[in-house]
Design a protein. Sequence first.
Length: 144
Amino acid sequence: MLVYFSGSISGGRDDVLLYGRIVAALEGAGHRVLAGAVASERVSAGGEGGDRAAIFARDVAWLDEAAAAGGALVAEVSKPSHGVGYEIAYARHRSPMRVFCLWRPAYTVRCSAMIAGDPGVELLEYGDETTERMIEELLGRLGE
């Protein structure tokens, strides 16, 4: 399956190693993952640099490509990010596709009601000690 992976860049890079683990698990299970710079340890909260319009166009094209292939969006939402929220809304309404949001309650006061309350979002709650179990659940759901 073609998976677009989303996580915070400008909102903070504290979870970049976690993003890499999730992307590696998806790829290890045979999925093709479009992740851009989000899982790269070389990218700071300052972003990828370069032309913002080109980054926007690339990411929207990847979302459209994943949707056209019957793919899914997987977004780690524990670190609030405007860009991640934009991608979730885009995936839900412009390029309808399955949307999985991964959320660790210990890292935010609450998950946004716009995400947690959306019946089209599959929300997976987990903690540091249950990351591997959540990844297994995610992989199982992607296979459904």
